[in-house]
Design a protein around this ligand. Sequence first.
Ligand code: SF4
Length: 364
Amino acid sequence: MMSFASSEGKFTNMIKRRISKPVQIGNVMVGGNAPVVVQSMTKTDTRDVPSTINQICELQEYGCELIRIAIPDMEAAQAVSEIKKGVNVPVIADIHFDYRLALATLKNGIDALRLNPGNIGNKAEIKAVVKAAHERGIPIRIGVNTGSMPKNSIASTKTPIVEQMVKIAMNQVHLLESMDFNLIKISLKAFDVPTTVEAYKSIANKTSYPLHIGITESGPPPTGDIRSAVGTGILLSHGIGDTIRVSLTATPHEEVTTAYEILKALNLREYGPTLVSCPTCGRCEVDLVKLALQVAENLRSIHKPIKVAVMGCMVNGPGEAKDADIGIACGKGQGILFCKGKRLRTVSEEDLLTELFTEIEKLI
Ligand code: SF4
């Protein structure tokens, strides 16, 4: 059975998070009382060390806390030592089929492995990887994905897919435990949201290892954002999920931004500004869409967790966004600046953006 703890801090949300075993990846704690950790994956050719380092650094600037890199061959595995020298965020090696790649990345200083023991090979090869990881205190994520489930592990094609995913993962957990290894993290990903949700709910009741959650191959934005938000949002609201990756067909930093927006929406993390803007209606007399996009763009350079409102009318705007730290409400040719619903001053329309950011600078 799952054990739960309340979310901590000033969050108003009372999500009871599943209590999982903490696992340390480099300097980042996953599980236990740690906040939900944001992950992404590079899209560069790992053998291209400068490009991979650049993308890792860019992801880190956007707040990514764990970064996975693909290891398709030995050249990529050997590149790990150079990549590690150029970054200061934990790096996870994504390995399929060849246990020698896992051994090489471990030797080259990788911080964690993501592999599917079911497609790694025979027991002796898995044992060699587990032994090398154990000696270095390196965690392994057992990643079961509906698209790459080992055929020989599937009990029967009539067995429901969720049952198959959980069974495969638990078999692999038991295999690693039988080798005296418990630095384990688990993921069970599918494209189908209900399948993913049911699989995680099921395994969350069977083990206390931390869970990495996400909807795999969820597509480009906005579809991918929405599928990811619905799937991970359901899980997180049930307290399930210790790390999150939003898998988008997009630039990798968009994955990070979306992951934080999901966590912020559930009050599970605070990260950067939150923009509140109204949908507009017949009372709006300015081009609010343009203004909101300008504010959003200017907020990108701000990392403090402040709430900023951009509202379409002076009559209802300040009240509708009264919990915003700072905001503007627009009228014809002018608008007002307000703070926590209280009017600060009236400003001409052309100065609204500048005045808003002058106040934001004061606040932060
Ligand atoms: S703030 Fe004003 S313009 Fe915006 S939706 Fe509300 S009433 Fe309409």
